[in-house]
Design a protein around this ligand. Sequence first.
Ligand code: TRP
Length: 363
Amino acid sequence: MAEDQQLTAAGNEMSASFLAAKKHSDATLAKLEENPGKFTMLTGDRPTGRLHLGHYFGSIKERVAMQNRGVNTNIIIADYQVITDRDTTEHIEDNVLNLVLDYMAAGIDPKKTMIFTHSAVPAENQLMLPFLSLVTEAELHRNPTVKSEMEASGHALTGLLLTYPVHQACDILFCKANVVPIGKDNLPHVEITRTIARRFNERFAKKNPVFPEPSAILSDAPEIPGLDGRKMSKSYGNSIMLGATAEETAKLIKKSPTDSERRITFDPVNRPQVSALLTTAGLVTGRDPQDIAEEIGDSGAGALKKLVTESVNEFLAPHRERRAELAKDMDYVRDVLHDGNKRANAIAEETLDEVRSAMGMKY
Ligand code: TRP
């Protein structure tokens, strides 16, 4: 088979499994809407930087909606995941506290949603030992996301990077979550979580299964491009941070690249940069980017940037105000985390106890 044919075949296979995952996700969401109280959600972020608009539309908004619908919601700040592919924990505390600030400013209510970190919940981490016995080295090496993260990091494959999808299974299963909102790069991790839950139950808990087989929930939001038309990513400097000031945002939009054609049209394939600006304006105003393009027409990139700046800053103003208010009392922000950690420990100890009982390790 020619190389490009092989690539196409692989691509098709991926999209077929993606479509199957999306179908399963939609069916689960329909059940969740009918009976939210029956669902436990767990999802999380690695504390490697600040949250941007892509995070907001791709995940934070959905978490807030689930919380407000009455789902039992949990957010893990995956601090051990930071050292899967980097050598330093510099700024980690600052990153963790800023995540908590953005969650709360976006509408996460710590009375309803448990917010906690890996490193503060020993019993959760201990699940790693029995879980690692349930997967083979070959299965771990097959994970496409681990492979691409290793390549992107330029580091050798560490033991923690190779096994972090199993750690993610601990995150999800310690609180017996049955729904896990994620981006498609995390689908293999939810798949291994399902495998681990199934194998644990089969091997050690046939009569009284301990773990549910959780479902991945895939967002409907279109992926929001960075201001230069590439993927929104901190390392490209093309992201609009939720916590940036209005002036910083204006500056960033002003220096974003466009093209030499004056007339503004929405054409993501041929004009990715102009179209990224239109997509951004569309998302924050709830309008169709095509309509915005027609409205601006011959007024050019300057007028487009002015509109994007104004609409983004208007959209983020209430978030930024709440964030600034919360940041005045960092002791409270720490208390939120301490309380979440305490609750997570109680749940993790209970689950670990069940695991020990199922395995006959109660002495
Ligand atoms: N792996 C996720 C990411 O990099 C973060 C994460 C850690 C997570 N544990 C999780 C997501 C459990 C969902 C469930 O984005």
